[in-house]
Write a protein that binds this ligand. Structure first.
Ligand code: AMP
Length: 125
């Protein structure tokens, strides 16, 4: 079910539980501000999710409420994950679904990194 990006943060969402170590993840990056792990249902040969450590529902919530340090740390982590995976030369795509029309399903901000093939048009036509 898509979520409303303005809903209050749900402490029991799947990514909150991954952050608390209650659910497993195939982690590729972990620092003070961000955790990155493989998507459980990959939509590209490489599909990684990067999430902030803080409790933010969406890009909207994060960009409005997070501290400058959290925003800088998260943005730098996304870039670092892509560099660590060797994606700069072949290229990659970032996606952050936000709210109902985007079909955001997990109510904790996550940036998708897609890579590993020609990714085609930006949106289905
Ligand atoms: P979105 O539609 O942008 O909210 O994307 C949510 C993503 O989370 C989907 O690509 C799911 O496959 C992924 N996902 C859901 N549960 C897990 C999990 N336990 N571990 C890794 N990825 C997950």
């Amino acid at each position: 079910m898509p979520i409303d990006a303005t809903q209050p943060y749900d402490d029991n969402n799947i990514f909150a539980r991954i952050l608390r170590g209650e659910l497993p993840s195939k982690t590729v990056y972990d620092d003070e501000f961000a955790l990155a792990f493989h998507d459980i249902n990959p939509q590209a040969p490489l599909h990684i999710l990067v999430i902030p450590k803080g409790a933010y529902v969406s890009w909207d919530d994060f960009s409005a409420r997070a501290s400058d340090a959290e925003i800088a740390g998260f943005v730098r982590a996304v870039g670092q994950v892509a560099r660590d995976a060797g994606l700069v030369v072949p290229g990659y795509r970032l996606l952050a679904n936000t709210g109902l029309d985007s079909h955001q399903e997990v109510p904790h901000l996550h940036v998708h990194i897609f890579a590993g093939k020609k990714l085609g048009p930006m949106l289905a036509r």
